[in-house]
Unconditional design. Structure first.
Lengths: 405, 405
C-alpha cells in the first residue's frame, strides 16, 4: 500500500487538469494506491510539504468532468528550476523528506521541458540515495516543442483556438471597402507550431492566413514588405499570422526574462504594424492572441482533452510497472484514420531540448505553410466537449483559495 | 409587387448576419415582396448601385443557419456619414436613383447610431421629394449604447465572450504563488456596458473581477493605485476590468480618428500596467480583448442571435405596415422570466446619441458593479447554438470575393 503525489507546473494550458483527472481516475482503479496527494504550486508544494488530499476535493464523476473542462492548473503552478544535486543537495533532501513522510511511492509531474528536467534530476537523485520512489513526467505545453513525442497535450486545444479565432478575425477584417492589413501575433518562443496551425484554414477553402511567419524561417523586414505588397495586389484584406518569436531588430523585445532565463517576448505584432503603416501607409492593425491561446477551454479540442486524460492515466500504470525517470509520449501511427499509441521515453532525452517545425512544412519563400503539413495539425483539433454552463458562462472547478494557502 | 434592399453598417458584431437572416426569411413570407437585394458595403452599395440578389446567394435553410453563426457583415460594411441633404443633395439623388431603378419599396439598414442617422436623413429626404420608399433601422452594436432600446443586438454575444474570457483569464492568473495584477482592457468608447458585463462572474461565486472601471465613473491614478493595493491585501491575484474609454492623462490615446471623428482609443491597459509596475512593483500584465469581443461567434449568445433575427423580421413587418424613419427597439418587461417586446422608435430620437450605464449600477467607490445590476446582463448571455463545424473549426457563410467586387 502506497500513496501517490501529483503536481502541475509551467505555463497553463487547457488540458493540464484533464491529465490530473487521468492520474486521479487511474489511481482509484488500483487497490495498491491509497491516498492521492496534490502538490500545491508544482514542486514547490513538495519542497514545503504543502500537499492536499485530492480524494477530499474531487468527490464525484461530475467533479472530474468539470475539472476536465477547467483551464489552467487547479493545484497552482511554479517555474522552479532544481539545481544540480551534486552541487546543492539541500532542496533534494526536503523533497525526499516530504515524500517519505507522506509514504509516497510515485510522484507524477505534469509539465513542459523544464519539468522533465526535474523528473530526470529527481529520479537520478533517488536512485543515487537508494530511495524507491518512482518519478514520472506527463508532458504538456501549448508550444508543442517537446522532443520525441508526436505532439504535446495542450497544443491541440490552443491550435483549435488559434484557427477558430483567425477564421473569425478574417471575417472581421474583410468588411470595409478599403485595403487593409491585419497582423495576428501568436505564442511560440522558438518554435512555430502554434502559428503554423492557423494555416488549417486553408483546408476549409480560406485563402487566409495569406502570410505565415515562424521562427524556423529566416525573416527580414524587406522581404516582409515585399510579401505584404504582393498579397495586397491579390486580396483586399491581407491577414498575417506571425509568431512572437521571429527574429526582429534590437529593441523590439521587452528584455524581461523569466526564472529560467527565457526572454519574455512581446511587441512583434505592434512592430510590424508600425512598419506597414510607415512603409506602405495602408490601414493596418495588430492583434495579440495573448493568454487566451492557452486558457480558452470553452473551445478545447476533445481529442486533446481525451488524450491528456489518457496520458495521465498511462503515467500511473507506468509507475506501477516499476519504471522511473520516464516521460509518457505519443507516437502517431497514422494521420487518417488518426491513430496514436502511448509509449515512454527517458526524461533526460526530453528535458531541456526543443522540437522545431520541420523545415519541409514551410514553403520555399519562408512565408507560409505547405498544404501536406496540415495533415499533421488537423487530427489534433477535432471534437468539442458538451460544456457545463452556469448562468451563461462555462463553469470551472476550483479549489477554495484557503485550501491552497 | 416591390423589391426590398438591406445593408449592414458600422463595426462588426456576431449577430448582424442573424438580423440579415431575419429580414430575408420574413421577406420570403410576404408575396408582395419580390427580389431581396443586399447592398455591398452598407449605404455605399446603394450610392454606387452595387447590389447583389440575395435569393441567388442564400439558397437553403442550411445557408440561413450557417449565416446566423457567421460573425461580421457578410455584405461588407462602411463608415459613411451622409451630409445634410439641404446642403448637399448629390449623394441623395444617387441613392434615390438606385432605389427607383431597382424598384425598391423598402430599405432596411442594420447598424449603430450613425446608421440610424442615415435612416433618419433618408426618410426625411424621401418624404420631402415625395418618394414612397420606407426606410427602417435595425439596431446593432456591441457597445450597447443606443438610446431607447433596452439593449442592442450584438451586445449579448460580446458580453458572453467577455465574461467567459474573464473567467478563463482568472483561472490563468491565479496559478503562481507570487502576487500579481492582471488588467483586462475591454471595448467601449464612452459607455461601460461591456466592461460592466464582466461582473456577471460575481453571480457564479467568483470574486473576480475585483475592480471594474467604466467611463461613467470618475477615474484617478491615485485612487486606482489605492484600490489595487487594497485588493492585493485580500487576493493573491488581482483581476481588473477596464474600459478602453476611461479618462486618462494626455498622450495615452493614439489620437487617430475615424470618419465620424471618433477618437480611436488604445493603450489604457498598457498604461495602467506600466503604472502598476512602476508604483507597486509587482508582477503585472495587461490583456486587450481586441476585436475578438465582436467577432467570437463560436461563443455567441443564443438569446442574442435569436433576438437579432426576430428584430430583423420585425423590420420587414414594420415597413410593410407603412411606417418609415423608424428604428426597431426592445422593451424589457421582466428580468425573470426574461420577457421583451419589440416596438418602434423614431430614428431621429435614436441617432447621434449615446446611452450610458445607469449611475446606480456603479458602486459608491466607482470601482465595481453593484450586484442587483447583474439582473440586467444575465438574461442577455444565455444559451448557445449547435455550431456547424468543418475540420474542427466553426464554419462560416461567405460570399465569394468576386461577387462583392
Amino acid at each position: 500500500m502506497m500513496n501517490i503525489a501529483v503536481a502541475q507546473s509551467g505555463g497553463p494550458t487547457c488540458v493540464i487538469n484533464a491529465s490530473l483527472v487521468g492520474v486521479f481516475k487511474e489511481s482509484l482503479k488500483h487497490p495498491e494506491i491509497d491516498a492521492i496527494f496534490g502538490s500545491v504550486n508544482g514542486i514547490e508544494g513538495i519542497i514545503e510539504n504543502h500537499l492536499v488530499d485530492l480524494k477530499s476535493i474531487i468527490l464525484t464523476n461530475y467533479d472530474m468532468e468539470l475539472l476536465r473542462q477547467t483551464p489552467s492548473t487547479v493545484l497552482g503552478s511554479c517555474r522552479y528550476k532544481l539545481p544540480d544535486w551534486r552541487e546543492d543537495e539541500e532542496v533534494y533532501k526536503k523533497i525526499a523528506a516530504t515524500l517519505k513522510q507522506r509514504n509516497i511511492g510515485a510522484f507524477l509531474y505534469i509539465g513542459g521541458n523544464d519539468s522533465m528536467d526535474t523528473v530526470n534530476k529527481l529520479s537520478e537523485y533517488f536512485s543515487q540515495i537508494g530511495l524507491d520512489i518512482k518519478v514520472i513526467g506527463i508532458p504538456k505545453t501549448i508550444d508543442n516543442d517537446l522532443c520525441i513525442t508526436d505532439h504535446t497535450p495542450g497544443f491541440g486545444s490552443a491550435a483549435k483556438y488559434v484557427a477558430t479565432t483567425m477564421h473569425e478575425i478574417t471575417r472581421d477584417s474583410i468588411v470595409y471597402s478599403i485595403p487593409s492589413v491585419t497582423i495576428v501575433e501568436i505564442m511560440g518562443r522558438h518554435a512555430g507550431w502554434l502559428t503554423a496551425s492557423s494555416a488549417v484554414l486553408h483546408s476549409m477553402g480560406e485563402t487566409a492566413p495569406h502570410l505565415v511567419y515562424v521562427p524556423e524561417a529566416e525573416f527580414s523586414i524587406e522581404r516582409f514588405l515585399t510579401d505584404v505588397r504582393q498579397e495586397m495586389s491579390k486580396h483586399k484584406a491581407v491577414i498575417i499570422a506571425v509568431s512572437e518569436g521571429i527574429e526582429v531588430p534590437e529593441g523590439v523585445q521587452s528584455g524581461v526574462v523569466d526564472n529560467f532565463g527565457h526572454k519574455y517576448l512581446s511587441g512583434i505584432g505592434k512592430h510590424l504594424e508600425s512598419t506597414v503603416r510607415t512603409e506602405i501607409g495602408c490601414k493596418v492593425r495588430s492583434i495579440e492572441l495573448n493568454v487566451m491561446q492557452r486558457c480558452s477551454s470553452h473551445l478545447g479540442s476533445k481529442t486533446d482533452i481525451d488524450e491528456a486524460e489518457e496520458i495521465g492515466a498511462a503515467g500511473i500504470r507506468c509507475a506501477l510497472s516499476g519504471e522511473t525517470g520516464k516521460v509518457l509520449v505519443f507516437r502517431r501511427i497514422e494521420d487518417v484514420p488518426y491513430t496514436v499509441v502511448i509509449e515512454t521515453a527517458d526524461a533526460g532525452d526530453v528535458a531541456n531540448q526543443e522540437k522545431f517545425l520541420p523545415k519541409n512544412y514551410i514553403n520555399s519563400a519562408g512565408n507560409n505553410i505547405r498544404r501536406f503539413a496540415l495533415n499533421y495539425f488537423l487530427p489534433l483539433i477535432q471534437g468539442e466537449l458538451d460544456l457545463i454552463m452556469d448562468n451563461g458562462v462555462p463553469k470551472h472547478f476550483a479549489i477554495h483559495e484557503s485550501v491552497l494557502k
